[in-house]
Design a protein around this ligand. Sequence first.
Ligand code: HT7
Ligand code: ZN
Length: 876
Amino acid sequence: GQVFHLEDYKPTDFLIPETHLDFALHPERSIVKSTLRIERRQGTAADAPLVLDGDELNLVDIRIDGAPLGDNTYVATPDRLEIRGLPESGAFTLELTTEINPSTNRQLTGLYRSSNVYCTQCEAEGFRRITYFLDRPDLLSVYTVRIEAERSEAPLLLSNGNPKDKGTLTNGRHFAVWHDPHPKPAYLFALVAGDLGLIKDTFTTASGRHVDLGIYVEHGKEPRALYAMDALKRSMKWDEEVFGREYDLDVFNVVAVSDFNMGAMENKGLNVFNDKYVLADPDTATDTDYAGIEAVIAHEYFHNWTGNRITCRDWFQLCLKEGLTVYRDHEFSADMRSRPVKRIAEVKGLKAHQFPEDAGPLAHPVRPRQFREINNFYTSTVYEKGSEVVRMIRTILGPELFRKGMDLYFERHDGDAATIEDFIKVFEDASGEDLSQFAFWYDQAGTPNLAITYDYDPATKTFEIEIEQSIKPTPGQPSKKPMHIPVQFALLGAKGRELKPRSAKGGLVKDDVIHLRKRKERFSFSGISERPVPSLLRGFSAPVTLTSELTRSDLVFLARNDGDEVTRWQALTQLLNAKLTSNSKRVRGGKPATIENSSIKLLGEIAFNPALDEAFRALSLSIPSESDIARELGANIDPDAILGSRDALVSAVAKAHAERFAELYDDLDQTGPFQPDAASAGRRALRNVLLDYRSVAQGTPKLAAAQFKHADNMTDRAAALGVLVQRFGGTDATCEALRAFEERFGNDPLVMDKWFVVQAMQPGSEALGKVRGLMTHKLFSLDNPNRTRALIGAFSSGNQTGFNRADGHGYRFFAETVLTIDKKNPQLAARLLTAMRSWRSFEPVRREHAREALATIATVTGLSTDVRDIVERTLA
Ligand code: HT7
Ligand code: ZN
C-alpha cells in the first residue's frame, strides 16, 4: 500500500470557499448533490487538473457552471475524480451528484444507518464516501446543508451550524436547511436524520450569547441523558473560566447512536456520540461510566476550540488537536473530582496502554512522520502521550506562561489549519524560552528511562542526584537524542517533612523542577541537614520510567509519608511489583510464592487511614493487575504463573486483615439515594475492593451473591458480578447471578455489554469456550462495535490467562474472528488486532503460537489496508 510522508506536504491547487450539500435521504438510495464554489489558488498552473478524493462513490451527474461535462473532460472512478479543461478564470461552480447506500455501510464511516437513524462519521477520511471533495483537513469551506427525508422515518433533520429553514414537501417528505458560518474541514461535517427523543437545556455564554442545547437519544431513554447534559453545561462554563473560550453558535446538539467506531466525534455544533458515552442512570451505569461520560462530553466540547476553530494542517499533526484536547479534558475532570486520584488514574492508563505501545512493534512518535493508514494512528501515543507533552510544557513554563501561550495560540491561529511547530512557537514567544530540545518529545518514539543514583555527604550537608536518560530503539529510530525532561521533586526528611535546599548546582533546577537536558547530569543540593529520601517525578511530571537506587525501606517510607499522593502511590506500586514479579518467576519455576509481612502491614495502614481519601485507598489496595505484572516482567511472560503470584498476594492480604476489612466494608455501606459524585464513588470503590478481599478470605461466593442481589446501583451490582465470575466462575451462585442479570437487562444491549465483558474476562482456559458460546447469543453481533469490543476486545486485551493459552487456541480463534470482522469493519478489526502487539514478550511456546496466528492473517489476500498495516508492523 501507499505510504504517506510528512515531508511531502503541499497545499492544494484549488480552494473551495463554499460548499452546498443537498441530501435526498433514502435507506438504500440516498442522493447527494453537492455544489462547490471552486477557485484556483494563486500560483497554480492554468492547465492544472482538479483532482478530488472519493471512496466507493458512484457519480450520477457532473456539471460546471450549470453545463453537463463531456466524457473526455473528466475521469471518475469510485475513489477519484479528475477534471481537465477547467474554465480559464479558475473560478467556477462544480455540481456533483452521487448515489450512496447507507444501509449496507457496515464500516460506519461516511453516511450510514444505525438503528434506522441516518448518521455520518467523516474523520479522518469519511467525507469522500459521501461526495468527491478535497478531503483533507487544511481545506476549509463554509457549508450550507439541505436535508430532505420521509417525515415518518426521519422527523428529525440535523446538520452543523445554525438552523435556517424547514418545511413540508409532497408525498410525506420534509426538509431542513442548516448553515455553519465557521469555515471547516470536511472531516467536521455531520448529518443526522431519524426519529429520536430529545432533552433540551440552555446555556448563556459569558458575553451573553444564548445557546440552545439538545441531546438526542433513543425514545424512552431521555432521562438517561440528564447527566450528560449536566456535564456539557459544566464543560462550557469551565472552558470560559479556565481557558477563556466561549461557544460560538446558537445551538449545540449531541446525538447518541448505538453503532459507532470510537467514543464520539466533535463535528461542529453537532457532536455524534457512541451511546455508551451519553446514557447513564444509577441502575444501568457504573461510576466508571459516569466518569467516562463526563470526560468524553467535555473532550468533544473542548474540541470546538482545539480542533475546530484551530484545526490540523494534515493528519500527521493529529496530536495538535487530540493531545491538547485530552490534556484539557483531564484538567476538567481533575477540577470536577479529586485531582490526585484523577492523576493516578491517568498514570495507570498511560502505563497500561501507552507504555506497551511505546515498547512494542507499533511504537511511533507523538507526531508520526509516515503512515499507510491514518485510522491506525488514533492511538494512546497520539492522545495520551500527546497530552503528557502538553502537561510538560505547563510544568516547564509554569501556569501563568502556559496560559499566556495558550491565549496567544487562540489569538494567532484562530481559523487556521496549524502545525506542531506553530504550537511550540506560541509558548516560545510567550515565555522567551527555547523549546527546540523539548520538541523532540513530538518526534522521538519510546519511553525514556531515567537511571538515578544518589549520594549524601553529611560533612558538607550536600545531596547529589545523578540522572542518566536513555530510550530503547523503536521502529525506524535506532538511536535517540537526549530530551528536555521535567522532573518535579522534593527531598524528604523524617516523617516526610520537605527539606528545602539552600542552593542547587550542576544542571538546571527551578523551584521544585529538575530540568534534565543532557544524557547524564548531576544535580547537587546544599544545606540538607539529614540524609533525605528523594520523592521524584511528583505528579508524574514526565511520561518516563525510573530505575532508582531507592531501597525497600525508602519505598516504604515514601508510601507512608510522601505528601504527593501520586509518588506515594507510585512507591507502593513499585514495592508490590517487585514482590509480584519475583513471585511470578518462583511460581513458573514450581516454587511457592513468598510474602513479607511489611507489605501486608502497609496495605492495612492505608486501608484503615481515615485521613486518606477513600478513592485513593481503593487505588492503593487494588493489587497491580496481571497485565501490569506482565509489563513489569517485560519478557518470558507466563500468564498462569502471574495469576498464581497475584492470587497469592491477594489471599495473604485478605486473610491477614479479614476482620478489619469486614468492619470497614460494613462501615462503608451507603444509605440514601445513589449520587454519582467523586466522594460517593470513592466509597463504593473502596467497599468493592474489600468485597473481593473478603470473598477470597471466606472462600465462598456468599457475600458477593448477597451484594449482587441487594445492590441498588450498577456499580455495586457489576462489582459483585465481577467477583463472582473472577473468583467463583462456574458455581451455582455465579450462574444464578448471570442469569438474573440477563433476565433483568436482556433488552438493553448497552447494559448487557457488562455481562459480555465479565464473562470474557473469566480467568483460565474455559473462557475461550464461553466466548465462542456467547457469540451465538441473540444480542451479540460482530456488526456492532460495542458488542464486539465487549466480548472479543475484553477477551483479547483483558483476559491474560484465557486469551494467551499455552495451546495457542486463543490466538487462533482471535485470528479467525479478526478476519471475519475485517470484511465488515476494517477500522474495528485493526484496532482489535493491536491486542497482539506485545506477542514477543511471551515465553517461547506462546510466542510461537502468536507468531503463527499473526502469520495466518498476513497471508490472507484481500486484507483491508487497516489490518494489513497493523499485522505487518506487528510482525516486522
Ligand atoms: N476526533 C474523533 C476521532 C474519531 C474517529 C477517528 C477515526 C474513525 C472514527 C472516529 N470517530 C471519532 C474523536 C475524538 O478524539 O474526539
Ligand atoms: Zn479528540
